[in-house]
Design a protein around this ligand. Structure first.
Ligand SMILES: [Ca+2]
Ligand SMILES: [Ca+2]
Ligand SMILES: [Ca+2]
Ligand SMILES: [Ca+2]
Length: 416
């Protein structure tokens, strides 16, 4: 493992072993190398094995007695490579592929006062079977300070590189230090399919969710209040549909950083009586189109019009079946802020808390006011959100068992 992966990217890699981070960087300052002979041999530098032929890890400082023989480096070591007019040639080559290289860079200088050689960078996309030059040849003669060289390779498939000393005076040397390249991740998806499961408090009946409101559900999605502008409509309301819900995906480096502004897509669909969230046909999983994402792992947010929204505690990656799978009902740790974001049901399962009549993310006095104005009246969808248990009646049960029980509860989904 490269030690210069960011910690976040490294943890992400551990958490989702089948997905590389969006991009990683390999670099070596040669400080962990020790090969001291020019004879061909391998050296592992920051986790990548290289073969060094007519090359070694140089650590000779400028000498008071002999100012002619010394390495130029940052830190205390650099690669030293020499040109040979016959026999073994100066080559530094990776022994394995990486899954793409976007840009490669390093610093170079002459060794001591040598008439240093010309260097050439090459890459291979067939495991070293053949090599293609990258960028222009590098003249190291006369270069007395470490000088940056870089080239945009932009190779997305398997690739390896090598650096050769291609011409010059026999046995003359050059130094290379601080070699780095970026490894691109897989292309970011433009849409994903989400297989999510959630319960809403109140509608839960001990095994699943009541569908009392099924005949009252409108064919158009009601979540413009949550910033969802797509106009999902259902030809007819599927049997088993409990209500519309909104699923939103956010891309961020942590749950706390998964603010509203990190949203990359959302889709409305139906919460079914078994807790599954389905597309408007009531059977397919929800497909969410994405915009602006750089990676392929997302926090999942679920909204319901009079329950507190919840978000996954971790980013979700594509599963083996090609869907983004998440079940909020069985483990509280699946949800960000765990039990404080949830209602624990009589069966030990978990649900989105009821009582947010105005859908503003908390359960407070204004929700009670809303309920009071609707209490005893006729149920109409989305204008009487004081029906917290979705039984089509607004009465004291909605107030006592939900609004009062959950008052002062707030959604833990990051908002700003
Ligand atoms: Ca160094
Ligand atoms: Ca509220
Ligand atoms: Ca409020
Ligand atoms: Ca009710």
């Amino acid at each position: 493992m490269f030690r210069n992966f960011t910690i976040a990217a490294f943890l992400l890699l551990l958490w989702a072993p089948f997905h590389l981070p969006a991009q990683s960087t390999y670099s070596t300052d040669f400080e962990d190398g020790s090969k001291s002979s020019y004879t061909s041999g391998t050296e592992t530098l920051n986790g990548i094995s290289w073969t060094l032929s007519q090359a070694l890890i140089g650590d000779s400082p400028p000498s008071i007695d002999d100012g002619f023989v010394f390495d130029r480096y940052n830190g205390s070591k650099a690669l030293r490579i020499r040109y040979r007019s016959s026999g073994e040639q100066g080559v530094v080559s990776m022994n394995a592929d990486v899954p793409g290289i976007a840009r490669i860079s390093f610093k170079y200088a002459r060794f001591g006062t040598d008439a240093s050689p010309v260097l050439r960078v090459e890459y291979s996309t067939n495991s070293g079977g053949s090599w293609i030059q990258a960028g222009s040849d590098i003249t190291t003669a006369g270069v007395t300070t470490l000088t940056e060289w870089s080239h945009d390779l932009n190779i997305t498939g398997n690739v390896r590189i090598r650096i050769r000393a291609i011409s010059g005076t026999n046995s003359r040397r050059a130094n290379i230090d601080d070699l780095a390249f970026t490894i691109p991740g897989p292309p970011a998806p433009t849409s994903v399919t989400v297989d999510a499961t959630a319960f809403i408090e109140g509608a839960y009946n001990g095994t699943g969710l009541n569908t009392t409101l099924n005949a009252n559900i409108p064919t158009g999605q009601p979540y413009s209040i949550n910033g969802h502008s797509a106009g999902e409509t259902a030809g007819s309301i599927p049997a088993g549909a409990v209500d519309w819900v909104l699923v939103e995906l956010r891309e961020a480096t942590s749950a706390a950083a998964a603010l509203k502004s990190t949203k990359v897509g959302s889709a409305a669909g139906f919460l079914m009586d078994d807790g599954s969230i389905k597309a408007t046909d009531g059977t397919g999983n929800l497909t969410i189109s994405l915009t602006g994402n750089t990676g392929s792992e997302f926090f999942v947010v679920v909204y319901h019009r009079n329950h507190l929204a919840i978000m996954s505690a971790n980013p979700v990656a594509e599963g083996a079946g090609g869907t983004y799978d998440i079940d909020f009902t069985t483990l509280s740790a699946t949800t960000y802020q765990t039990t404080s974001a949830l209602t624990t049901l009589s069966t030990g399962k978990f649900a989105m808390p009821a009582g947010d009549a105005d859908g503003d993310g908390d359960v407070d006095a204004s929700d009670l006011t809303t309920w009071r104005a609707q209490n005893g009246g006729t149920f109409t969808y989305n204008s009487t959100n004081g029906d917290f248990n979705l039984d089509g009646v607004i009465n004291a049960v909605d107030r006592n068992e939900f609004q009062q029980k959950n008052k002062s509860k707030t959604s833990k989904v990051p908002t700003t």
